[in-house]
Design a binder for this molecule. Structure first.
Ligand SMILES: [Zn+2]
Length: 464
């Protein structure tokens, strides 16, 4: 057994049920599990590894509930910078059609590294497009190398343009092949045990890119195996119009009819939900990942998160894909969540602590986990530290927790995931970043090159 002692944190933010904040606090860890939390003087005096957190604010690692890691290959792309969701997707699908297994692996390595440096210790990723030789295995390999706790979503698209869907036929998959690959990934990777580093999620992409049959098959498949389900719901008015036209109901009602509600389901976005929708989510235990930056970037709207929290809906945060954010920064997402509710409801709409709660406990609940999101005995040893003596926080020492959200979002100085030090003195120990960034940029350039080579009038967004 290896023991770790973190001591003397200027402020230890527990996010436990009592929302305790401990000045001069610390943690005692055995292997990958927190055993004691409290003032440093009350903890064992020694351990195999001692981390001095003087001058730091320490809190549970953040939980990212929604992402498309591969999209970091197409960030800030000319031609789609000012587009709304459906135009944006239709311009990008032909580019993403050139993805390879190597590109999925390297982009996941880069985006997960960026997430870890921003305070994230657990991430979901919604991978719904599998062109060429790409597989979900490619991003799982990257997550293992980075050292992040990972919930890969075996996503899917099966409804091509010729069948009335949004994506081109070239990027959709056969439904029996999708389900066979879900089974393969489940057998190979899913670990339901406490402190699991990899849990598979079943995640058809959206009402406009899969059939109702695939949605139903996915629910049955997941529930037979105890897996959690995820999809995009009510992101834009275009989606609502699509659902009304094709199915005669709004997106949330469609989900209810398909059996896509329950404590084992979470949706992302939920911008266009009404009071009845929110009541249904609360009653059924259906969770939501709120993605404020993406919603602002694409001009989608403001999700009624305050109303959802007040109604008892499980709410977590997601950075969403890097082509609609265009960053993978969890503290920035907490900040934007706080600010965006205030735009709509005023300055008391969401506090700094509440937004960090969404990013920790909220996200853990959304992913169906009771072993992460708080610093308490029995929880996984996932925690982060941020030094307070930085230019971003100059003059903001009176409330270190608030500084994390109100001031410029920092990168973390310390990150421990499953008991392993992954970031030390602001440096990621698991990945050689300069090499990864250079290779990532090369693959991104090749992806655009490939799209230009095959560009036709069906891909208007490919920049010249
Ligand atoms: Zn998304």
């Amino acid at each position: 057994m290896t023991t770790t002692l973190l001591q003397n944190a200027t402020l230890l933010v527990t996010m436990d049920d009592g929302r305790r904040r401990i000045a001069g606090g610390g943690l005692y860890v055995e292997d990958n599990v927190i055993r004691q939390v409290g003032p440093t003087a009350e903890l064992p005096p020694a351990a195999d590894l001692v981390i001095d957190a003087a001058g730091m604010v320490v809190l549970p690692g953040l939980v990212n509930c929604h992402h498309h890691l591969y999209q970091s290959l197409t960030r800030a792309l000319p031609g789609v910078q000012d587009a709304e969701l459906f135009d944006w997707l239709q311009a990008l699908y032909p580019i993403w059609a050139g993805l390879t297994g190597e590109a999925v692996y390297v982009s996941a390595r880069a985006a997960l590294s960026e997430l870890v440096l921003s305070g994230c210790t657990t991430s979901a990723d919604h991978l719904y497009i599998y062109p060429n030789d790409s597989q979900i295995d490619d991003e799982i390999r990257a997550a293992r190398e980075v050292g992040i706790r990972f919930h890969p979503n075996r996503g899917s698209m099966s409804l091509g343009k010729s069948q009335g869907g949004l994506p081109p036929d070239a990027v959709v998959e056969d439904e029996s092949e999708i389900m066979a690959d879900c089974e393969r990934a489940y057998e190979k990777y899913h670990d339901p045990a406490p402190y699991s580093m990899c849990r598979l999620v079943i995640a058809p992409c959206s009402p406009f890119s899969v059939t109702p049959e695939l949605m139903r098959a996915s629910v049955t498949f997941a529930r037979e195996r105890g897996l959690v389900l995820h999809t995009h719901v009510a992101e834009t008015l275009d989606e609502e119009e699509f659902c009304l036209r094709e199915f005669g109901v709004r997106p949330v009602e469609l989900m209810r009819q398909l059996g896509w509600v329950g404590p084992d389901v979470w949706w992302t976005h939920c911008v266009y939900v009404n009071e009845q929708d929110i009541a249904l989510m609360a009653e059924t235990g259906t969770g939501v990942s709120h993605c404020p930056t993406s919603n602002m970037r694409l001009g989608s709207g403001i999700a009624p998160i305050r109303a959802m929290i007040d109604a008892g809906v499980k709410v977590g945060l997601g950075v969403d894909g890097s082509a609609s954010n265009d960053s993978s920064h969890m503290l920035a997402e907490a900040r934007n969540a706080m600010l965006l509710q205030r735009v709509k409801l005023g300055a008391s709409a969401l506090s700094a602590e509440e937004s960090l709660w969404l990013g920790t406990r909220g996200g853990a609940a959304v992913l169906g986990r009771d072993d992460i999101g708080a610093l308490a005995p029995g929880m996984a040893a996932d925690f982060i530290g941020v030094r307070l003596n930085r230019i971003d926080f100059a003059g903001a020492q009176a409330d270190p927790l608030a500084a994390l959200v109100f001031c410029t979002p920092p990168r973390v100085d310390l990150s421990v995931i499953n008991g392993r030090v992954v970031v030390e003195d602001g440096r990621l120990l698991t990945v050689d970043l300069p090499t990864t960034i250079a290779y990532h940029n090369q693959l991104a350039a090749e992806l655009l090159q490939r799209a230009r080579g095959t560009s036709t009038s069906s891909s208007p967004g490919v920049p010249a």
